[in-house]
Design a protein around this ligand. Sequence first.
Ligand code: HEC
Ligand code: HEC
Length: 337
Amino acid sequence: MSHARVLGIGLAALAAAAVAYAQTEVTPIPDTAPVESAPLEPAAPEAPTTWGDPQNGQTLAGTCAACHGLDGNSLDPMYPRLAGQSEHYIAEQIARFKSGERSDGMALIMKPFADMLSGQDARDVGAWFATQKSGAGVADDSVVTSGPYEGMRFYEVGQQLYRSGAADRGIPACMACHGPDGSGNPGPAYPHVGGQFASYTQQRLETFRNGTGAETGEPLFRIMAHIADRLTDEEVGALASYMEGLHPAADDLVASAAPVPAAAPAPAQAADEVPTAQDTLQADGEGLPADGAQAPAADPAATDAAPVDDGADADTDVPAEDGDTAADADSGAAELG
Ligand code: HEC
Ligand code: HEC
């Protein structure tokens, strides 16, 4: 059989969607296949997933609505918000629920719904939620009455760690990976954390700290485990509260940037929000960000310094009497904690 003929068969088979047949004819031993047969890319052995289709995702999300809300803004803090979460992160977590790796917390409630989704479904539904705008809650501004943070407002304890970390204890600034407004970074799957219910964030941080399931072997999990290990209970609570109130100051800007390009996992943040070099870096990178380019090392107030210019700053809503930044006219932050 001439090679041209094999190719011809392969293409015809492809056209007829009989991919399996093409495979057996053309690439019987993938590793040692003759070079000439290599270009027949389409007959890949496993159906790879592609960037999620939000429209199909919307249909699938009907199943999720009872708990997570159709747009991913659940009403019950027992169920995490998915709105604004990255396509990758959602698909990855669904895969972990399915495999049983993610078994802490309330994972058992979630598992049967994950089991219903194929890998592509998970990306489609992820793409749908990624295009939805996350609501936010209100951070706790009561004054801490004792301990190392005495005199500070509770959310300020979280704010300080979120923006600056604690270098002396090896705690990096959360915003280096999760972004100044908590939008995360979809490239390397640093999840969106802004506006999430405090109780859920607290549970996640405790899982990172004490997790026992197979998930603890995941490299991305270990990044967070390493960080959460160093947080006290008080800090976990304060961070969770701060992050519940965290949302982009220019919500409109973020909302208009929401539709995700079909092929590229471009950062969901407004393009001018973060230096592009950093985006590229993080979008390709695995694991830790290469340096502190995005970290607020010297100036924790940086993101508040110029509240008027553009979408670069973030707000945490706190009850009104704190004059900080709250001027809370944004539409999406109405939900209660
Ligand atoms: C019966 C309620 C219920 C339904 C329906 C449901 N979920 Fe969940 N989901 C949960 C609970 C509870 C959790 C939190 C699990 C935990 O504690 O780790 C969760 C967590 C998740 C997470 C992890 C979020 C994060 O930030 O870590 C994702 C992603 C998710 N669900 C996606 C979906 C999708 C997609 C659907 C629909 C196909 C769906 N869920 C349907 C209850 C539900
Ligand atoms: C070096 C990058 C990095 C830094 C710094 C970082 N995180 Fe994370 N964070 C991650 C990654 C990666 C994940 C996803 C973990 C996984 O896949 O299991 C994550 C997940 C989370 C989640 C779970 C979100 C969800 O919906 O399930 C929370 C909450 C969180 N981080 C909070 C924090 C806080 C608070 C800090 C600062 C004290 C922080 N992170 C610092 C990378 C980072």
